[in-house]
Design a protein around this ligand. Sequence first.
Ligand code: NAP
Length: 313
Amino acid sequence: MTDTNEKIIKTLIIGSGPAGLAAALYTARANLEPLILSGMELGGQVSVTHIVENYPGFPEGIGGPELVENFQKQAERFGARLEFDSVTEIDFSSRPFRVKTWSNEYLAETLILSTGATPRHLNIPGETELTGRGVSYCATCDGHFFQGKDVIVVGGGDSALEEGLFLTRYVNSVKIIHRRNELRAGAILQKRAFDNPKVEFVWDSTVAEVKEANGIVSAVTLKNLKTGTETELKIDGVFIFIGHDPNTQLYQGQVDMDAEGYVIADRFMQTSVPGVFAAGEVADSHFRQVITSAGMGAAAGMQAIHFLEEHSA
Ligand code: NAP
């Protein structure tokens, strides 16, 4: 049954990653009683990150789930409210904005879009069918299933190397399959990977197919992009880290986006719709750090506060 909540919310935050929770903290401290709609995954991508080593204030690092819990507690301490719910429909055409969720309907004077981004897929035969049966997009979630096994990691960025290194805790070997012969990842991670005896690189190559035996991953077909040669590699797991796509389908056609589908926000986090702000990876394909997302969230929160001051009757 749908329970329509006609009370107008001053600030509705869509998404509960570092951006959304930081926006909640700032708007809560201004007594706006923000409502955060968590989406499918409370905390977003950082909630499935084993350890965060580059968020200032935690010199020994902090577990992703623990950091999210801290963010949430801090925002709730000042009056933010979190609902485990996802948006199904949204209307930016007039203010207050109407937002429908699985279980409710809201009217909001300001919106903060912080729905993040989702890991990209290779779109090759076997990938979807074998997801959860040897194909994974999360080493922290699935690494322990591969104790003593041989796995591949696809990608050459920070995520591929960081997650590949994390997997060496469990697995016998990690082959990192990269489509070029030069990594995109930063120097520190590169050095750690080159120094790790369990990590090997397969250059200029891509995965053309994931194969199964008895319902689980058994091998991949590798294609050398320079020679065109295809070879089969027996393997137990395939971890894919080839970037992300922004979660902006809900806002399609209602707010300006760039060619890759990221919401365009100015340096005040203002989108093309007055009163709608965007923060974190939904509007940032470049930095993608917990600290930058949290910073954007804080800025969006501050601007929502200013907007409401200027537009209150
Ligand atoms: P990314 O930097 O975009 O790297 C994606 C990698 O996947 C690239 O090496 C790319 O190859 C490869 N790739 C893309 N599409 C592919 C395809 N269809 N087939 C095969 N390979 C493909 O993504 P990311 O590693 O997820 O990192 C995203 C951002 O988060 C970056 O800014 C990164 O610095 C940041 N990050 C930081 C940390 C950290 O600081 N500890 C950790 C994780 C992520 P090419 O290189 O040839 O394009």
